[in-house]
Design a protein around this ligand. Structure first.
Ligand SMILES: *[C@@H]1O[C@H](CO)[C@@H](O)[C@H](O)[C@H]1NC(C)=O
Length: 378
């Protein structure tokens, strides 16, 4: 009895703790609750992802067998009806590059997209993981509907990576909104880092601002050497996605910090995101993923066309001249991006903090901090 009384009798310390808790719950970060709902939804809707059935099915198995037989690591591209136009444009980009298009394999996320590509390019290995029913049932979720859909698609991508890795397939994940300005496949990146389990692209550009972020994966283009290790890696990434509101790229970055996983990062001159367009552009990367530069009401194809990266004629046939000029055009495209982020010099405090963190091995390279960057989105 005395024990309970002791709790009930208000002491100054208890009052103080109560005030802190109430302040935290009612005035604090309301996003905590939204994150909780989001993770709850993610877990329940992930049960509707049809991946396990597909993965065990005849069609996916023969698709994977095809990949295994390919003489070079395939470029795995995922798409659906909403971005098939961008995929067609990408195919026209690769068409004139020797041995590039022959390495492309695709995974469609809806039936129409699957059939349309099959019709137009019957030689491209193409399989279907139908996410249309999942997207339909997601419509009933009001809060953070878009972000939840995005996360579930990323989760499917992680599942695909795990499955291919488990089958011992070496592969590249690649995106259709990536501009190839030169023959990337000739660079033989996979042989440059023979020990690496994974080879990743990274965010940012050459400016000093990104020095601290030099091991933050972008997640558009990356290479996976299929093995039990990379299988385990993607299974870990997947399970982490259920506890952190974070995209696969930052969780992948985090696990790259674990010993046992050897990740290499591509230099910006090989692969860049739209951050490239913010630089003075002394060089042109071999690959530029166009993840930004979209103006209000523009489609991705509009943005590509504005940058002179539409590799097709109006009648849909491929235009080799656009590829020939891609390097030149990358230097003059989207000039408004230059100086978009004014570089603020680091304060001495931040420098010391960073130094101490590295010294005491507290989240060196801010990998863990990266996982929180999506918190502001909900
Ligand atoms: C498509 O348009 C281009 C340029 O106008 C032309 O050279 C080409 O012959 C056309 N192809 C077809 C199949 O109509």
């Amino acid at each position: 009895m005395g024990k309970y009384c002791k709790i009930l009798v208000p002491s100054l310390k208890n009052i103080f703790i109560c005030v802190l808790i109430i302040k935290y719950l009612y005035l604090g970060d309301k996003r905590i609750f939204r994150r909780k709902t989001y993770l709850h939804n993610l877990l329940s809707y992930s049960k509707e992802v049809p991946f396990e059935t597909v993965n065990a099915g005849v069609e996916f198995n023969s698709f994977a067998d095809n990949l295994k037989k390919m003489p070079e690591a395939p470029y795995v591209i995922m798409f659906d009806s909403s971005n098939i136009d961008v995929l067609y444009n990408h195919i026209c980009n690769l068409k004139f590059i020797p041995n590039a298009l022959s390495r492309v394999v695709t995974i469609a996320f809806d039936k129409d997209a699957h059939l349309n590509l099959q019709d137009k390019y019957p030689h491209i290995p193409n399989t279907l993981i139908d996410l249309a029913p999942l997207k339909e049932s997601l419509k009933s979720v009001g809060e953070n509907h878009g972000y939840l859909t995005y996360s579930l698609v990323l989760m499917v991508r992680v599942k695909i990576c795990a499955s291919l890795a488990q089958r011992g397939i070496n592969f590249w994940i690649s995106q259709q909104d990536t501009i190839w300005t030169e023959n990337f496949q000739m660079l033989n990146i996979e042989d440059m880092y023979p020990e690496a389990h994974l080879i990743m692209d990274k965010i940012g550009n050459e400016s000093p601002y990104y020095d601290r972020l030099r091991m933050w994966a972008c997640g558009a283009t990356f290479f996976v050497r299929g093995s039990p290790t990379t299988y385990q890696y993607f299974k870990q990434v997947e399970s982490y996605m259920f506890t952190y509101q974070s995209p696969d790229s930052s969780i992948m970055t985090y696990f790259c910090g674990h010993s046992g996983y050897k990740c290499e990062f591509l230099p910006h001159s090989v692969a860049s995101s739209s951050n490239y367009f913010e630089t003075t552009r002394e060089y042109v990367p071999a690959l530029i993923q166009l993840d930004g530069e979209k103006k209000y009401k523009e489609t991705k194809m509009d943005t590509l066309t504005r940058g002179k990266f539409n590799f097709q004629f109006k009648n849909g046939t491929c235009n080799v001249d656009v590829y020939r000029n891609a390097k030149e055009n990358a230097k003059t495209a989207y000039l408004e991006a230059i100086g978009r982020w004014p570089i603020i010099p680091e304060t001495r405090f931040v420098q010391i903090q960073y130094f101490l963190k590295t010294l005491f091995n507290v989240d060196p390279l801010n990998r863990k901090a990266f996982m929180k960057y999506h918190y502001v989105l909900m």
